[in-house]
Design a protein around this ligand. Structure first.
Ligand code: GLY
Ligand code: MN
Ligand code: MN
Length: 475
């Protein structure tokens, strides 16, 4: 068993001993060995670039909310992947020549710590695996010296513009001094290297994704069970969010999408505050995040437990496309293969239903289906819900997908949909106001696709039953 996995199992045992519900993952994190392994891999790549290579990684800046408020801090995924550190204002250095890992951290500050809790400081940084640690402001000098000495700087910084300028100035000084440095140093954007590292998930990452998925499944079930009694989209969203938070999600994987009726046709519907009208479907695309790993699940169900014939016909079509798309997520198939398969099924089905005219092969080639399915159907998932990594060379079929062959250890979504908003031109009124998407989280394995969210029902009769049983249990 890998060190990463055994430490995680220990963490699970510790969690399991706490007096909480069986599925609770509060405070669960991957073990230090996971982050150390990632650093070692990156350091080896940096060393292979030649002597004088310095890897510089910057934490996520804080984000204002309102007044003097700040958003709840979430570490940048790249930074977290390499350090496991959740603190702000931190710089990580990997020195290729010395093979050392240094953390430059905020100074301990008893007054500030009264408000927001204990900072890492030098001792905390070393406890997280740093060979050396220095607090700011003294750390400025250490950083300046390291940037000066380096011949090649591999920068991994997604969001801190000020820091980007600081490193750029160090590598290529402005003004009269530029000739001293430009030809001696190179500044390399290291993010694509890290993105590639993140594409294939390690077993302990898959386990953490599974936890996020499991908590999110409970959230979807809670929303479905309460659905018949809910009168507003906000209650649907709250049922999921309350559940995933109670199971240990500090963050949502993304902002909840809970659209009733035509609002389900707004792909990233952000409002969740409209009444649920009689006969409406609810489209909920929502998930919690556990231990810095996300989930991404969508279900669409009849709010009061009964599909209309038109809703059911479209639902069956999306489900058929999704199931066929999932089967394409296997090693060796190119990324866009699942999209081509799902889109063909939807296109043919829409011809059968009279929503697209003409001969099937011609209609598919014309791309009329794109009006009803205006998004890609599969993306990587991991620490970010749209996770890092290349999909390979563009493919002529569609801009949302690429030619990269899939490999075991990739985690992808499969999420076809059909959207027919109210007021759309050229479609009979009985089809309007219906938005359907079905989305699951799929692990590519050597044997084929494994649906990590399969426990959450998708069959239309099962969805109807869950809503009705929920209503009955409230009486
Ligand atoms: N929840 C966003 C997406 O499905 O891509
Ligand atoms: Mn998705
Ligand atoms: Mn989604």
């Amino acid at each position: 068993m890998s060190r990463c996995l055994s430490a995680l199992l220990l963490a699970s045992v510790l969690t399991a001993q706490m007096p909480v519900a069986p599925l609770a993952y509060h405070g669960l994190r991957l073990p230090g060995a996971f982050f150390a392994g990632n650093r070692a891999k990156l350091l080896a790549m940096a060393q292979a670039m030649g002597p004088g290579t310095l890897v510089v990684v910057k934490s996520m800046p804080t984000q204002p909310s309102s007044g003097d408020g700040e958003r709840l801090y979430r570490q940048d995924s790249d930074f977290y992947y390499l350090t496991g550190v959740e603190e702000e204002h931190v710089v990580a250095l990997l020195d290729g020549d010395k093979g050392t890992y240094t953390l430059l951290v905020q100074a301990r500050d008893p007054k500030r710590e009264t408000y927001t809790g204990q900072r890492l400081g030098v001792a905390g940084a070393k406890a997280r695996g740093a060979d050396d640690a220095v607090e700011f402001p003294a750390a400025e000098k250490v950083l300046g010296e390291a940037l000066k000495q380096a011949r090649r700087i591999l920068l991994i910084n997604n969001f801190d513009d000020d820091f980007r300028m600081k490193v750029l100035d160090a590598a290529y000084p402005r003004g009269a001094a530029r000739w001293k440095s430009g030809y001696e140093k190179s500044l390399v954007d290291g993010r694509s290297i890290l993105a590639e590292m993140r594409v294939i998930k390690q077993p302990c990452e898959v386990e953490m994704i599974q936890r996020a998925v499991d908590a999110s499944i409970e959230g979807h079930l809670a929303a479905m069970r309460g659905s018949a009694a809910f009168t507003n989209e906000g209650q649907v969203a709250a049922a999921l969010e309350g559940t995933v938070r109670s199971l240990g999600a500090r963050f949502l994987s993304y902002e909840t999408i809970a659209g009733a009726g035509s609002n389900g046709c707004v792909l990233h519907y952000p409002f969740n505050d409209q009444p649920i009208l009689p006969g409406a479907l609810i489209l909920m695309d929502a998930s919690g995040e556990i231990g810095y790993y996300t989930s991404d699940i969508t279900r669409t169900w009849p709010a009061k437990g009964q599909f209309s014939p038109e809703q059911r016909a479209l639902y069956d079509l999306v489900l058929k496309a999704q199931e066929a798309g999932i089967q394409e997520l296997r090693p060796g198939n190119i990324h866009i293969a699942s999209f081509m398969t799902a889109a063909r099924i939807i296109s043919d089905g829409l011809v059968d239903l009279g929503l697209i005219q003409g001969e099937k092969a011609e209609a598919f080639k014309r791309g009329d289906w794109n009006k009803f399915l205006p998004h890609g159907v599969s993306h990587y998932l991991g620490m970010d819900v749209h996770d890092a990594g290349s999909y390979g060379a563009p493919h002529p079929f569609h801009k949302h997908g690429g030619s990269r062959p899939l490999e075991a250890g990739m985690v992808l979504t499969m999420e076809p949909g059909i959207y027919i908003p109210k007021g759309i031109e050229g479609v009979e009124a009985r089809w309007q106001g219906i938005g359907i998407r079905i989305e699951d989280v799929i692990l590519v394995t050597p044997e084929g696709p494994r649906n990590l969210s399969a426990r959450l029902p998708r069959k239309p009769e099962e969805l109807e039953r869950i809503v009705r049983d929920g209503a009955r249990s409230r009486r």
